[in-house]
Ligand binder design. Structure first.
Ligand code: HEC
Length: 218
């Protein structure tokens, strides 16, 4: 069941993402139309669409799958109906992945799908207080974007050059919207070891969703 869901989710995401990239490419190359005609969707709007899709999928997975599990990371849940545990160690314990892990699994598949299509589209969850080593802000752009998002609570969007490629990149705030976000992160052994002074509170920016749209230059 969860395997099937994962497959469907990943495929849907990949298709939507690829469609989004084609839109971006269409604007970048759309010089031929008359000036008073809309020639495509601006990249900032495409990024918003991709982000909406990712956020919706993560919420749907949390609400309709993870919340139905009787156990979350060793603790009993009130409204759980399924004899299953949502846990970080899901692969070793026959459990199901946490929403952030599900998000990363989708992102890894989407990167592969995009690469198969010859595109360097990508998205991922990052944080200054990352639990997973691969999810730290990695270049100057991501560090600057993460700082801005933590300070303003608003998305940060701009063009960036990576190697010989140009991207329109957008970072959307990932907010502590539930008590579980705060409790799980604040008590996680890695968090306690690396960021003992950082105590998340409800409503805090905990990280961000980074979306990189490759832009074709003409
Ligand atoms: C039961 C524990 C748990 C809960 C609840 C939880 N997280 Fe996480 N979160 C994790 C773990 C574990 C990771 C690392 C996942 C991975 O390996 O990709 C993570 C990753 C993240 C990241 C990426 C940076 C990093 O730490 O690697 C962000 C941002 C994040 N979570 C925000 C949230 C928000 C916002 C919520 C609530 C909506 C939430 N988390 C709920 C355990 C949790």
């Amino acid at each position: 069941m969860s395997y099937l869901l994962r497959q469907i989710k990943a495929k849907t995401l990949a298709l939507i993402s690829l469609a989004a990239i084609i839109c971006v490419t269409a604007i970048a190359c759309g010089g031929g139309a008359s000036s008073d005609q809309a020639v495509g969707i601006p990249p900032e709007v495409v990024a918003d669409y991709v982000h909406t899709t990712l956020a919706a999928d993560r919420t749907a997975y949390t609400k309709h799958v993870v919340n139905r599990a009787k156990t979350l990371e060793g603790k009993e849940k009130d409204k759980g109906v399924l004899e299953i545990e949502a846990t970080e160690g899901w692969e070793n314990t026959d459990g199901i992945p946490l929403p952030a892990q599900m998000f990363r699994l989708g992102s890894e598949i989407a990167t592969d799908y995009a690469a198969d299509a010859g595109l360097s589209f990508s998205y991922n969850l990052i944080s200054t207080w990352n639990l997973n080593d691969s999810q730290a802000p990695k270049n100057e752009f991501e560090k600057k974007a993460m700082e801005a998002v933590i300070e303003t609570g608003e998305p940060y969007k701009d063009y960036q050059e990576v190697g010989d490629k140009t991207y329109f990149s957008a970072l959307y705030p990932d907010i502590a919207v539930a008590e579980a976000c705060v409790t799980c992160h604040n008590t996680h052994p890695i968090h306690l070891e690396r960021y003992p002074d950082k105590v998340f509170e409800m409503g805090d920016v905990m990280g961000g969703v980074m979306i990189n749209l490759p832009i074709e230059k003409t």
